[in-house]
Design a protein around this ligand. Sequence first.
Ligand SMILES: [Zn+2]
Length: 309
Amino acid sequence: MQEQQERIIVSWGEEEAGPLVCFFAGIHGNEPAGVLALERVKIELSQLEIPFRGRLMGLRGNLEGLRQQMRYVAVDLNRLWSKEQIARVMALDPALRNVEERELLQLLTHVEEMESSGHSPRYYVDLHTTSASGGAFSVVSRVASHRALAEHLPVPIIFGLSSALAHTTNRFFEERGMVGIAFEAGQHDDPASVDGHEAAVWMMLVAAGCVDQADVPDWNRHVATLQEAGGGLSHFQQVAYRHAIEDSDEYRMIPGFHNFQTVSQGQPMGFDLHGEVFSPADGRILMPLYQPQGHDGFFIIQDLDEPPV
Ligand SMILES: [Zn+2]
């Protein structure tokens, strides 16, 4: 069970009873912050003997990607989670499956085990970081229960990303009727991103009823960490634009943009083979691309008064 040993960061609590919270960390292999945060929480749970109900699971996403510190080896593991993609991968000759297709099927085995357990409620949180600096936020579908889970984190909720990005874990949670969100904590290698993930892990454990808030070490510090990382933005944000790119575009972002930075319509954002690329709208920049792998140059988000229905 080599795979299990490497896959499972933390497995804590009761096998069948009570709530369950499962975290995916490192679905992108160049995003180790979630793994480090879950290791910290595991140490605190055991050393401080914190009263615990139900189950905490923390799973490494892309084992091979994490080993190689690459976003992905063959294909983006966070673009394989739709019904169609899963069916396609399952139908493939096992010998022909690429690295991420194998990782996907292994993760699905773990998820199916959890889904057939007696735990209730069951929450799933996919932990990520960005290549640009700053800015923590959650990403949800339009499903009300997903938004309700995200409301437990004091960071902006971004709507429209899960539909702009095809076949992510958000789509999987929606299609399977599972309650799940994605959470972005900041820049890949920033120590503050580990703090942000740790704060989110504790908050999700409290939201699920696994841990009492009063028993969480440094609760107020965790709240302050996320409030600061949330940048004081209004709580609901909508994607107004996605700058989709292909490798052949040779897109390069102008250096120095950070998440949530205000930008204006017509402002130069980057360059590709055809010349300069401009922002098509006023708003704030999200996830400007500062890594070699990826197909989203940047996003523009705008304030929403109310969540979409
Ligand atoms: Zn990611």
